[in-house]
Write a protein that binds this ligand. Structure first.
Ligand SMILES: *Cc1c(COP(=O)(O)O)cnc(C)c1O
Length: 362
């Protein structure tokens, strides 16, 4: 019997996530020196992690023979203090991607509908399909989530709504007023997953803690992969009611978050100045890219995140041309936007190099 035929129904039809290309792969394929390649494809922090986080990780590595703290006690305490919530309302994951999968484990099954924007983070759709639920995709309006349209898509079968703000890949955000009105209009049988992967880049990020406090079924997800520059170590966290955190803790692996990541995350939270500087430099980088695109006569979508969409015509061709020149960006065909590229904001010299190469190939 063919092993494929033994797999469960959803697996064979499951689409595969296409990540940004690693620098080493591109270097090997194109015969380039890895040191000359820049990656502006996965919204990583071009300034790296805080030196204090690196030092803490190095120290933790010397005790790599020990299992990590399965309850992430110290990190959760630190996050709880940061959020002014009890630690019971904080849950830590192997990146926020794991938390997205855990909400699927807890809540989603056959026949459930899950409402999400399109284009938005592809993982929402993958998680929905993985658990046999049905994605209900609502087109964005002017590259932004229209929460009125999302609400119209909610039916008696809706189990969950995903909303990232700022949205990936468009970089657009919704206001606190819009989100509060939306969540307060949701029926009780809907869980609202609010993905704050890029919220630290906002001046005044919406604060959904009052919604959690008044008993709405809300979970907010954050990550150490973006502004904290720790994507390799896979640490994300969620905050929600203690009841919901308890459900997620039931379905996770006992040692889901590694010790090096926990130590680095704790230290990263102690270096607020580093994160603040990264947010500030990101704003300057966005302005630099916007001005550069405008000068090249290219349309772009105003972004409040650490990446920006730019319309280049044949996105696949420009992606390949830039890659040959040692710059990895993200083509948007998988998101249904073949004329666009998503470009992560780099350091000012990386942005300058990107703009110079783009001018040559566009
Ligand atoms: C990058 C990103 C994440 C973070 O994923 P991790 O698993 O924490 O690295 C989550 N949501 C969105 C929308 C993202 O773009």
């Amino acid at each position: 019997m063919n092993v494929l035929s033994l797999s469960k129904g959803a697996v064979l039809s499951q689409p595969v996530y296409e990540p940004g290309k690693p620098i080493e792969d591109v270097a090997r394929e194109l015969g380039l020196d890895p040191a000359t390649i820049i990656k502006l494809a996965s919204n990583e922090n071009p300034f790296g992690p805080s030196p204090r986080a690196v030092e803490a990780a190095r120290k933790a590595l010397t005790q790599a023979e020990l299992y990590p703290d399965g309850g992430c006690v110290v990190l959760r305490q630190k996050l709880a203090k940061h959020l002014a919530l009890p630690p019971e309302q904080v849950v830590v994951g192997n990146g926020s991607n794991e938390l997205l999968e855990l909400v699927g484990h807890v809540f989603l099954g056959l026949g459930d509908e899950v409402v999400m924007g399109n284009p938005s983070f592809i993982v929402y759709k993958l998680v929905t399909l993985l658990f046999g639920a049905t994605p209900v995709e609502v087109p964005l309006v002017k590259h932004r989530h229209d929460l009125g349209l999302l609400l119209e898509a909610v039916t008696p079968r809706t189990k969950m709504v995903f909303l990232p703000s700022p949205n990936n890949p468009t970089g657009t955000a919704n206001t606190q007023e819009e989100i509060f009105a939306f969540v307060r209009s949701l029926p009780e049988h809907v869980v609202f997953v609010y993905d704050e992967a890029y919220s630290e880049f906002l001046d005044n990020p919406p604060d959904l803690r009052p919604l959690i406090k008044e008993g709405r079924h809300v979970i907010c997800l954050r990550t150490f992969s973006k502004i904290y520059g720790l994507a390799a170590l896979r640490v994300g966290y969620g905050y929600c009611s203690a009841e919901m955190a308890g459900l997620l803790n039931r379905v996770r692996q006992p040692f889901n978050v590694n010790a090096i990541g926990q130590a680095a995350a704790i230290a990263a939270l102690d270096d607020e100045a580093f994160a603040a500087k990264c947010a500030q430099d990101n704003r300057a980088g966005l302005k630099q890219l916007e001005a550069g695109f405008t000068k090249l006569g290219l349309e772009w979508v105003p972004s409040v995140a650490n990446f920006i969409l730019v319309k280049v015509g044949d996105g696949g061709r420009i992606f390949a041309e830039l890659q040959k020149r040692g710059i990895i960006v993200r083509p948007m065909r998988a998101y249904g936007m073949p004329e666009w590229l998503r470009i992560t904001v780099g350091t000012s010299s990386q942005n300058e190099r990107l703009l110079a190469e783009l001018a040559k190939v566009k």
